[in-house]
Write a protein that binds this ligand. Structure first.
Ligand code: C2E
Ligand code: MG
Ligand code: MG
Ligand code: MG
Length: 292
């Protein structure tokens, strides 16, 4: 922060540009992005499987936005920072619609998986959001239990009474709520004990040190205990190796998501991937890495 404060405006802009990656569109306006998102083949939702560590079965998928432009696939970090509020809302609507359709198709093919969609905090607070959500579920004919909304605790968002109210209403509709990126700079661990949610998703930065670093193990295990006490499902993101999956299972983590299981993939690759998946329980004997 101190370093940035000393720089002039142009340098700051360049710094953030390099940090966020190349801009996709030369005409860098939210309107241009919104055109791209609307156009067929512009927005391409990808999906990443979520593994139940105790049974070895895939229980869900997370929808992750991708933009295709001039034959290249771009990651959210390169375009989400450029979107204004309205375009963000459009992206969310399209992701929700698409995710529900994909979940229904998988159900009909014999894979009743939950689907998770990332919802920006201010979209959640939008006046018409609950009605829109209901309309999307109805149109897709998807039972609400199959949809999870992932919410990033953005600063003090979850301390807002309105945010808590909306979350309670959404849960009473039967839609699941997940707290995303818990343990990252934004998502405060303290919120966990204040608000009831269906799922807690641990940020991937906290998994990097596993299995070597004892403090990371203790942290992941402590959040497991907290999530269990709160009655929430506990998902750890960024599981990149089989060793991490083993360690997570031993620590009592419910579910994992990461490259060790699968990379995010386009919808048409999901079914063949699922058909190929061999359920592999990560451990059979309860043991502990912490004690002994
Ligand atoms: P997130 O919701 O925490 O999603 C998990 C991110 O971790 C994804 O990045 C995923 O590709 C990546 N990831 C999964 N497994 C691994 C792993 O083993 N190692 C590593 N290093 N990374 C892994 P992605 O798709 O680039 O998305 C980044 C973030 O952008 C998401 O983080 C989410 O906050 C946001 N995002 C993505 N799609 C949407 C969307 O449709 N709407 C909104 N509002 N935000 C989105
Ligand atoms: Mg997420
Ligand atoms: Mg996350
Ligand atoms: Mg994240």
């Amino acid at each position: 922060a101190l370093y940035m404060a000393k720089r002039n405006k142009t340098e700051r802009k360049q710094f953030w540009k390099s940090f966020q990656g190349e801009e996709i569109l030369a005409e860098n306006s939210s309107t241009a992005y919104s055109r791209l998102i609307e156009q067929t083949g512009g927005l391409i939702p990808y999906f990443q499987p979520i593994l139940d560590l105790q049974t070895g079965h895939i229980i869900g998928i997370e929808a992750l936005a991708r933009l295709q432009h001039e034959g290249e696939i771009h990651l959210p970090d390169t375009f989400i920072p450029h979107l204004n509020r309205k375009t963000m809302q459009m992206l969310t609507t399209r992701m929700l619609e698409n995710a529900c359709q994909v979940a229904l198709k998988l159900q009909n093919a014999g894979y009743p998986l939950e689907v998770a969609v990332n919802i920006p905090p201010d979209t959640l607070l939008e006046k018409g959001f609950l009605q829109e959500l209901q309309a999307i579920l109805k149109k897709a004919e998807l039972a609400p239990e199959y949809l999870t909304l992932e919410i990033l605790e953005n600063g003090d968002f979850l301390s807002l009474p309105l945010a808590r109210e909306k979350i309670a209403i959404i849960r009473s509709m039967g839609v699941r709520i997940a707290l995303d990126d818990v343990g990252s700079a934004y998502a405060s661990l303290l919120r966990l004990k204040e608000i009831a949610v269906d799922e807690v998703k641990l940020d991937q930065s906290l998994v990097r040190g596993i299995p070597e670093r004892p403090t990371d193990l203790v942290f992941v295990g402590s959040v497991a205990a907290l999530a269990m006490a709160m009655g929430s499902r506990y998902i750890v993101e960024g599981a990149e190796t089989p060793e991490i999956l083993d360690a997570l299972a031993v620590l009592g983590v419910d579910c994992a998501q990461g490259y060790a299981i699968a990379q995010p993939m386009p919808a048409n690759e999901l079914l063949p991937w699922l058909q190929n998946w061999k359920p592999q329980p990560q451990h059979n004997q309860p043991k502990t890495l912490l004690g002994a």
